[in-house]
Ligand binder design. Structure first.
Ligand SMILES: *Cc1c(COP(=O)(O)O)cnc(C)c1O
Length: 413
């Protein structure tokens, strides 16, 4: 309980909102109480610029152990020789990784942004496009990644860095084939294109061993810790390419950041330990099952759905319901279902409207969403988008969400 009653009432209000709502934003999740306790700890009081064993300030003996614990667990979890747990966010991780891999003005080849790239993958409103020179590879048929398109783009643009990893791509990614394409490109052209993967969205799936691990193939892997990985809000960098370990360290600190958030780093360590448990793999299997089942339920209702091979899918709401993504998002919000508007492959509308919405089941599954509930939720969404009164549907949504684990009481270990 806060002495600041104004803030306490806002926290209460948000807790209620989260408990009553069906949270389907694919980038969100609920960390455990253990994670939140570590994040709320006194470790926030300590300045520790630098790295374990090499700090600018005294009094870091304990903090060094905290950061080493988080780094060691991250390395174990992802099979990496190098881990940097200091990036404040996924964007900060990318900022630092780019700097370590190439000089300002360097060339990056990333996916066409509207097909699932992140702002930091070359958007005009992000630092990335101002510091580096971006070109883009397209998706192939049916909105799936195509190794042929990637090979063509590598030869055409000859980038310093090839970037994979996306914010709204619903299918498996063949990192091994990408590595091979890059190696072949380098051999053919006598160049040195590096392979960077931003696994912000799928880190939890990777941790659970349920998809290819990009750390085995890429020179550098960046991530967030708060999406499918279910840790505190933050960033992470991993690598197995020894040539870049030192450059990555100095790109995070002192180039991109100052003092690390050691309370958040402690919480990352807790989340890595949780993700190392067999229960986490079971959780992630359920996420994949709920997502795939709901995505296919839409198909069986005749709705234009991407289907899914991970924790998210896209619906073409313009074709299916005559609504743009923004309208669909607002209407579902009134029913207590939170989603976000999203561009779809070959979208004809702007990023402000979009033709699609993105739906993910990582957060709902943490609270206990079952597969039959995932199917029911698909039908509730369909009814709202077809024009039924969202307030009438909301009753059932609140009922479903109220049957799940409460937000304050989520224990993962
Ligand atoms: C979410 C995301 C990020 C950025 O994470 P923030 O912590 O919000 O800065 C970076 N890359 C991808 C692919 C993402 O989905």
């Amino acid at each position: 309980m806060q002495k600041d009653l104004v803030l306490q009432s806002l926290i209460n209000e948000e807790t209620d909102r989260q408990n009553q709502g069906i949270e389907l934003i694919a980038s969100e999740n609920y960390p455990s109480l253990d994670v939140m306790e570590a994040q709320g700890s006194i470790l926030t009081a300590k300045y520790a610029e630098g790295y374990p064993g090499n700090r600018y300030y005294g009094g870091c003996e304990v903090i060094d152990k905290v950061e080493d614990l988080a780094r060691d667990r991250a390395k174990e979890l992802f099979g990496a020789k190098y881990a940097n747990v200091q990036p404040h966010s996924g964007s900060q991780a990318n900022y630092a990784a780019y700097h370590a891999l190439m000089p300002n003005g360097g060339k990056v080849l990333s996916l066409v942004l509207n097909d699932g790239g992140h702002l930091t993958h070359g958007s005009p409103v992000s630092f990335s496009s101002h510091t580096y020179s971006f070109s883009h590879y397209p998706l192939g048929d049916e909105g799936r990644l195509s190794i042929e398109e990637i090979k063509k783009a590598l030869d055409e643009h000859d980038p310093d860095v090839f970037l994979a990893g996306y914010s709204s791509y619903p299918y498996d990614i063949d990192f091994k084939a990408m590595r091979k394409a890059i190696d072949e490109h380098n051999a053919r052209k006598g160049t040195h294109t590096l392979f960077m993967v931003d696994m912000a969205h799928i880190a939890g799936i990777v941790a659970a061993g349920l998809c290819q691990n990009p750390v085995e193939y890429a020179d550098v892997v960046t991530s967030t810790t708060h999406k499918t990985l279910r840790g505190p809000r933050g960033g992470l960098i991993l690598s197995n390419n020894e040539d870049y370990f030192k450059a990555l360290d100095s790109a995070v600190f002192p180039y991109a950041q100052g003092g690390p958030l050691e309370h958040v780093i402690a919480a990352k360590g807790v989340a890595f330990l949780e993700a190392l448990q067999p229960e986490f793999k079971e959780y992630m299997k359920k996420v994949l099952e709920n997502t795939k089942t709901a995505a296919e339920e839409f198909l069986s209702m005749g709705v234009s759905s991407s289907g899914s091979e991970n924790h998210l899918f896209l619906l073409n709401v313009l074709d299916s319901y005559g609504l743009n993504g923004k309208e669909a998002q607002i209407r579902l919000g009134k029913a207590g279902i939170t989603v976000n508007k999203n561009m779809i492959h070959n979208d004809t509308l702007s990023a402000f409207k979009t033709s699609g919405i993105r739906i993910g089941f990582a957060a709902a599954t943490t609270r206990g969403c079952s597969t039959s509930e995932a199917i029911e939720i698909a039908h509730l969404i369909d009814r709202v988008l077809k024009g039924e009164d969202p307030l009438a549907i909301k009753k059932r949504c609140v009922e479903i969400a109220s049957g799940w684990k409460r937000i304050e009481a989520i224990r993962h270990l």
